[in-house]
Every structure is written in C-alpha cells, then in structure tokens.
Write a protein that binds this ligand. Sequence first.
Ligand code: GUN
Ligand code: ZN
Length: 439
Amino acid sequence: MAQTNARALRGQLLDFIDDPAEVGAAASHRYHRDGLLVIEDGRIAKASDAQALLSELPPGTPVDEYPDCLIMPGLIDTHIHYPQTQVIASYGAQLLEWLQKYTFVEEEKFGDPAHAAAIARFFLDELLRNGTTTAAVYCTVHPASVEAFFAESERRNTRMIAGKVMMDRAAPAALTDTAERGYRDSKALLQAWHGRGRQLYAISPRFAVTSSEAQLQVAGTLLREHPGAYLQTHLAENHEEIATVRKLFPNAKSYTDVYDRCGLLGPRSIFGHCLHLADEELQRLSDTRSVAAFCPTSNLFIGSGLFDLARLRDPARPVRVSLATDVGGGTSYSMLRTAAEAYKVLQLQGQNLPALDAFYMMTLGNVRALGLEAEIGSLRVGSAADVVVLDPCATPAMAHRMATIGDDLEAILFVLMTLGDDRAVRATYVLGELAYAAP
Ligand code: GUN
Ligand code: ZN
C-alpha cells in the first residue's frame, strides 16, 4: 500500500458551501465547534466532529491542537502588486501622481533579478503570515520579475496567479515594453509557468493609460490563444485616469469599451477597482461574467472613491465581485483588515456587510471569482489543504471583547474581521504543511 503522509488539525472548523447573500446564513456554511481536519498527502481526507473522527485516526498521527481557534480555508487576495512592498504607505498623492512619484521608481528596481528574488521572498512570507494562501499578483514589466516570483511560489508550493505587467507608454523608458515585446515576453512566460505545478498565469496589461490600443489588442490575442489563462488590469479607479483614457481612446464608447473592443472581458478577467462606471459598462461586465475586484483600503488611501457593492450586484445585471488588498495602493496585506474597511465603505453608503458574507468573500467567494473551487476555498474532502488558523482572542482588545460573546459564531467572526489582522493568524498551512506559525 502507498505510504500516506497524514496529520490532523483540531479546533473549530468553518467553511462555506455557498454565498450567504444568496442562500441565507444557515445554508451557506458548515461549522464544527470541536472539529477535526484530517489531511493526507496535502489533501483534506476528512472534516467532521473530533469525537467521531479521533477514534478512527491511525495511531501516531500528529494532531495540531487549536481549541479556541477557527480552522478555515486559506484566505484569497484577488488583486495585489508584489513589487509594491516598498511603495505601501507613500504619502499624499492620488493615482496618476502616485504611480509616477512612488510606484514606477520602485518598480524600476525589479530589473535586478536579485532584488526581485529578495522581494518575492518577503512578499510570500508576508502573505502567509497574514493567512493568504492564494493571490492574483502583478509583477513588473521585467520578465525576470515574473521568473523570480513564480520560482519562489513554486518553492513554497503555493497556488499563485501572476503575470508580467505590459506597458508601452506613459511610464519611464526603463519600465516600458512594446506591443510586440509585451506579447512575446508574456507568451513565453505563460508557456513556461501556466499550469506548472500550482502556478497560473495572468495576462497583465497595467491599464489603458499605459497600454496603447495595439498592446491591448495583443493582450486580447494572448487571451484567445490561451483561454485557460487569466487577464488582470485596472478599470475606472480615478476621475483623472478616466478623463485621460477618454482622450487617449476618443472612439471608444467608454473605459470598459476600450477593453471590450480588444476582447479582454470574460469570466477569467479581473478588473481592479470599478468605482466609476456607467450602467452600460456594468451591463457588459455582467454579460461577460467579468470580475470586479473591490479594493477598499486602496480606494480609501489613494482617495479614489467608494465601491458601490449593491449597485454592482443589481439582480437585473449582477457583476461578479471579489475582495482584494491592492497593496501597495492598499495599506494592509491582511484580508481581515481589508474586510473591515469594506464594511466601513459600505456603511458610508447605507449598505451592510455581515460577517458571514465577508468570510465567504475572503474564502470561497474569491475562489469562485478565480474559478478555482474544484481545488481550493473549502474544507471539502479532496480539496488542497491550504488552511488558515485564526485566533479570535489574539490581542488584549480582542480577548476583552470576546469575553462578552460566548458561542455566537457570527459575532466571533465580526470581532475577527473588525479587530483582527496578522496578529490573529495562529498558523497557515500550504498543502497540509505548516508554512507559518505565530511566534
Ligand atoms: N492603476 C494602474 N496601475 C496601478 C497600480 O499599480 N495600483 C493601483 N491602485 N492602480 C493602478
Ligand atoms: Zn492594483
């Protein structure tokens, strides 16, 4: 018989089976107050009540005990820039100035493969420290930045989506490619990395300000040639950006139409921000099953605007929505903090974000947005054991608040998302291996 590598985690098991906004709270999730997650060869073998499963566990199987913690599928970030770990917390500018003054300066450094490798290491450490096990990641224009990122992710066995930024104008010469080079370099990277182990490729034209029509067209060609690949870009984040795009593409009906005419919309296309869109643009995003990434800390920090979730979700033309940090425009690697800011952004507009909905978004919701639900995002038997262990009493303020709460799961989750951050992450597992443990 083949030898299996087994271990178990004991604690409060929580995962989602559907969207609480659609099926209601009770039908959306599974919860075992004293649960056992049995992992074999990196996959979930069993997930149920500990009392029932402990007696079946082969003698000698190691059990990691987390009695007062929630054991959940790893958190998912659908839009983040790994070259911006030293851009985060840059003062006083809105989007276009912020890009020129801070972001491009840092991204130029990724021409040096040693720098790219060092930052990729820091970045993946930081994601895992925050309980994020999968992300859709922008690299820089340099192919070596993509090589460095995927090599580091492959070393850790993390399921990551990433791609070379394409930009052929409105940026320093050291950061521009051409339509032709962008196509050739992206295609070579895609062929090398898409589907290699757990790595997946995202065709990544930065946005319509820095990509000519010719370059957006070749991005569309790439997507048609490789329908399993992703497409990620930015859309309608800032008013000055939108006015610039209107001037650059006078024949387009709208900003969304610029991408639409190049064949960039579709179910594997992730559009960061989507703050200032007309109804016809939302209709096209809905028709094509494109995804809008809600990046609350970034939208607040760069002063871009408030994401109108209820409007995007209008049942007449619902747009698929994901949640994301957008570091370094975003101010935290933590999806918990990101959910807390999403809650506040929605409060300002008279909308809600119940805790169950927020945790659904951070896990299965984002996984569905990425089309990866067959492999990750739940504690289903057979899923990859990418798991986060969250401690709702991680800080004195959290423990103090928790003292009033008892067994109310939704209240516990709300404390976690409102007061939690990296300090609430007790451990992170990747394919069943401990990838981070709190000190
Ligand atoms: N639009 C184009 N590039 C970027 C970027 O790096 N960050 C954000 N927030 N918006 C962008
Ligand atoms: Zn971004």
